[in-house]
Design a protein around this ligand. Structure first.
Ligand code: ADP
Length: 493
């Protein structure tokens, strides 16, 4: 079935959401862009600037200081957030449609996977908040301490376009559960679902000013939010390049707390002792070519033991045919377009460079081009390439995987760690000792043994090195959106 017609029936809200109301940007400007699906004009979402950010932060600060949310009970916040999750479930189709329309990722993917994951994450944080304990320093005769988590105040969330609702939920879920007020800046490529979500927060009972959405360009709206002196924490997912800028904005303004989830070049190691080559190739394709490879934790740097190399490469060529892109609105398709013409040109540029470098390049044979202007890229496997080539060292953020050979397991670990990134990785092996040697040696925030991408909300997600700092997901996410406060008590008798 093609669900494209449903989008025409929706009244699409394109304004910012500040202090409980949808409003135009004061300057009256809009974001300009074209659809990656068919090249039609998608301009019109408001483009917030400094004065709009100031209004949103002011509203958030006043709401925080009023205590209406920040000093409410955990049970109350839990109930409201669970209500929001239920509303998202009711409106799952709309959220999936809006994200598809703007980003070109497959509707099926949003509807069946991404939106449910966002709802599940929100429920996880809502359910956890009233089961979470602070700590006490045990009393001796005269002294006793309480160590409690306190919300930061106003937090700014800067969200990427590759999985808009999931990444947003990973951040506003724990931020709101802790009692903070939120100002969320969606990516200019994917703002509609966040704007729609704002209306649902009102319906769920989140008080005015506690949740605000300020669409706009990163260099303008995002930068102003990160520089704002009344913002006490800024939490970002996106490129390492912008992540570094966010750190400087925090330093230049008020030393606000910073959380960064940035790029990656996930090493995926197949050792000599791996007997399950077919399965390892299948899981790689599932995690690499899904969403046209636009996933920061994608296992895009494969390192295979010499003896298994040909077998693995052949298996991967078969598996990549399952991820050929097509019409994103056709709910039979698993894969749609890349997010924009710019992203398309960038990824194509890397592939062309690969051809020129003399590397071996295999692209999926099956083709399903649905429109002459569609920004779709065939799954691409690059082998016989130098370890130092920038296709191996840089994050391509497209359906492009490089496959390298390793002499032995030590060599595989060396190649894996020869990277500026450290987000996620994996090893496939039948040898438990080897599995733990590799898992302990590869420098990433998350590591899989004989699997990939199947970790649930209980596992923290975030990188080391230039993949960022701080963690999304899990109970540890509450640490990000709070400060520790010690209250020391002197007991007289
Ligand atoms: P990508 O390269 O994947 O588009 P970016 O890092 O550019 O990722 O963008 C991720 C998010 O950061 C988006 O919401 C974007 O608008 C925002 N952003 C981009 N540049 C800046 C900036 N200089 N300051 C703050 N936010 C920014």
């Amino acid at each position: 079935m093609n669900v494209q017609n449903s989008i025409g029936k929706l009244k699409i809200e394109k304004r910012a959401y500040i202090n409980g109301k949808y409003v135009n940007a004061i300057g009256g400007e809009v974001i300009e862009k074209i659809s990656p699906i068919d090249g039609t004009d998608l301009s019109g979402i408001v483009s917030c600037k400094k004065e709009d950010i100031n209004l949103a932060v002011k509203a958030a600060k006043e709401a925080f200081e009023s205590g209406v949310w920040s000093r409410s009970t955990h049970t109350y916040r839990k109930e409201v957030l669970l209500c929001l999750a239920s509303l998202m479930e009711e409106k799952r189709e709309i959220l999936a449609l809006l994200d598809t329309y703007e980003t070109g990722r497959a509707y099926k993917n949003y509807y069946e996977d991404s939106i449910p994951k966002a709802i599940e994450a929100l429920r996880y944080f809502a359910e956890s908040i009233d089961k979470y304990y602070d700590m006490a320093v045990p009393a001796d005769n005269t002294e006793f301490g309480i160590i409690k988590k306190v919300p930061l105040g106003v937090v700014g969330l800067i969200i990427p376009w590759n999985d808009p609702m999931v990444v947003a939920a990973w951040k506003y879920g724990p931020a709101l559960a802790m009692g903070n007020s939120v100002v969320l800046k969606p990516a200019e490529q994917s703002s509609l679902s966040a704007i729609y979500l704002a209306g649902l927060t009102k319906e769920a009972g989140i008080p005015d000013g506690v949740f605000n959405v300020v669409p706009g360009y990163g260099e303008i709206a995002g930068k102003e939010l990160a520089l704002h002196k009344d913002v006490r924490g800024i939490f970002f997912t996106g490129s390492s390049e912008v992540g570094k800028k966010i750190m400087t904005y925090a330093g230049k303004s008020n030393m606000k707390k910073v959380g960064l989830e940035c790029g990656g070049k996930g090493p995926y190691i197949i050792t000599d002792s791996c007997s399950n080559i077919k399965e390892s190739a299948k899981v790689l394709a599932d995690n690499m070519f899904y969403n046209q490879g636009q996933i920061c934790s994608a296992p895009s740097k494969v390192i295979v033991a010499e003896r298994k190399y040909d077998e693995f490469l052949n298996a991967l060529k078969v598996e990549c045919e399952r991820y050929v892109p097509g019409d994103p609105f056709d709910d039979c398709n698993n894969v749609g377009c890349v997010v924009s013409r710019e992203q398309y040109n960038k990824v194509k540029g890397y592939i062309d460079e690969g051809f020129k470098s003399g590397a071996e390049i295999y692209q999926a044979k099956n083709v399903k081009k649905h429109h002459k202007n569609a920004c779709c890229i065939q799954p691409t496997i690059i082998s016989c390439i130098d370890e130092k080539n920038r296709l191996v060292t840089e994050e391509i953020f497209g359906p492009v995987v490089v496959v390298l050979k390793a002499k032995d397991t030590y060599d595989a670990v060396r190649i894996a760690n020869d990277s500026n990134y450290g987000l996620a990785g994996a090893v496939w092996t039948d040898d438990l000792n080897e599995a733990f040697y590799v898992a302990n040696s590869v420098e990433t925030g998350l590591f899989h043994i004989n699997s990939y991408g199947n970790d649930d909300n209980r596992a923290p997600f975030g990188g080391v090195k230039e993949s960022g700092l701080g963690k999304d997901k899990s109970i540890y996410a509450f640490d990000e959106y709070s400060d520790l406060k010690s209250i020391w008590v002197h007991i007289r008798r």
